[in-house]
Write a protein that binds this ligand. Sequence first.
Ligand code: MG
Length: 341
Amino acid sequence: MLLRHAPYTLALRHPFGIASHTRTSTPATLTTFEHEGITGYGEAAMPPYLGESQATAAAFLDRAAAHLATVRDPFQLEEILPALDALAPGNTAAKAAVDLALHDWIGKKLGAPWHRIWGLDPAKAPVTSFTLGIDSPDVVRQKAREAAAFKIIKVKLGRDDATDRAIITAIREVTDVPLTIDANQGWKNRDDALRLIEWCATRGVVFIEQPMPKEQLDDTAWLRDRSPLPLIADENCQRLADVKKCAGAFHGVNIKLMKCTGLREAHKMILLARALGLKVMLGCMTETSCAISAAAQLSPLVDWADLDGALLIKNDCFRGTTVVDGKLVLSAHPGLGVEKI
Ligand code: MG
């Protein structure tokens, strides 16, 4: 069993702004897992503000490779993945890169894509939103026009109240598609946040992602009890153990492979969230079609998908899940359903 890894830098089509900063590329690391003549593919996408890098991923993946060399049966994910998780804290994207490569290998070995193995109907894959970063009203207006093929647009807000309202107003001048908002913890005052959410509710907004800082969980719970729109946890919901905490302050959770160590844990998080009566959204970083196609395998289980990460880069090196008329279309290929280009 051979786990290999190599750095790969994702080049963004446009500079991408969120509440805290703007960037033009995303560091990633690609993995392969080879055994019995079959190659599984995986990926770690690591926006710098999350604390991982190509160097930390390489260090973790070398240790993971040494562990995998001692494994006898790569199907035993319930043994292998907890052991890898225990090798080091954090490193969630690097852990996902192993989880994805193993899932891809197993699916290829079985000759089936993961949505089939999980018993899901690919026709139930949702539409995906397309994300607009924080920008000037003119640029936002232009990007909203370009996103006309999408059935739902996700808008990054959270710099300040005037900018937030100007962005929504600019978008509404050119399109009436439903909007979702991601404040990325940008709203610090709960009364101001409530006023802005009430204003958004009159402008075709469907839900609000992570309105307040993750440390302000009590304020978020206060807001949840008054908000006319569902509040979805993102920064507050990283891993399986966070889902239960979020149930007290949010209406739903946003699950991302790069935060939660991969498909195995993401699947468990979805099941737990459902048992707790929570809405579920699947999100992503800027990623190649490898990690996007992996997340798409789970998408028939969720309410909303924000899986546009591969559309935001210009050097995608995989073919897999596509977007047709705004809807995710899963490939019938086995494993993650991806082919290396
Ligand atoms: Mg978010």
